[in-house]
Design a protein around this ligand. Sequence first.
Ligand SMILES: Cc1cc2nc3c(=O)[nH]c(=O)nc-3n(C[C@H](O)[C@H](O)[C@H](O)COP(=O)(O)O)c2cc1C
Length: 182
Amino acid sequence: MDVLSAIHTRRSVRHYEAEPVKEADLKVVLEAARWAPSWANTQCARFIVVRDPGIKLKLAGTLNPGNPAIAAIAEAPIVIAACAVLGKAGYKRGEVCTDKGDWFMFDVGLAMENLVLAAHALGLGTVHVGLVDAKKAAEILQLPPGVVFVEMTPLGYPNEEPRVIPRKELPEIVFYDRYEQK
Ligand SMILES: Cc1cc2nc3c(=O)[nH]c(=O)nc-3n(C[C@H](O)[C@H](O)[C@H](O)COP(=O)(O)O)c2cc1C
């Protein structure tokens, strides 16, 4: 699948088959994340591949009640938790160097979008899951100090055909030469 088709046809998947993910496919999606760009190539993103059903259940319990991805975290054969080492992205010689502070969210986002697009190209489903009690997730995953939980995605074969969620039209989001108040 070419990159434009992957971008246009990827959907968030919230229902999964129990069928395991092939090891070779897991490696491809992790490699896609590894090759994402990052701030000065500092590579703050870390990935935890969770297969243990007990840990997946505990992670499902960190989602806010009503989060439509709760079942997906429990039922997918794999959950990938994306974490970040703080104090790397957006820093120069230990000092923050922009008004944005730590750029870890940006770098982890780039890596995870690579990962979900690669998964889709292989016929695997994913959904970015950010509405989570991140502190609880960090405890479950035993993150050390200085490493934070950012998001997670289930990974597995889709058991649904998700509907297309519409997007704003280009004129609503693209301006030329200067920002336009609409
Ligand atoms: C940073 C981020 C966090 C998200 N968190 C959740 C979440 O906690 N639960 C959920 O069901 N979907 C979550 N989503 C998925 C979005 O709802 C979804 O991407 C959006 O509605 C567009 O649908 P699509 O991915 O099918 O195109 C998240 C997406 C992003 C980018």
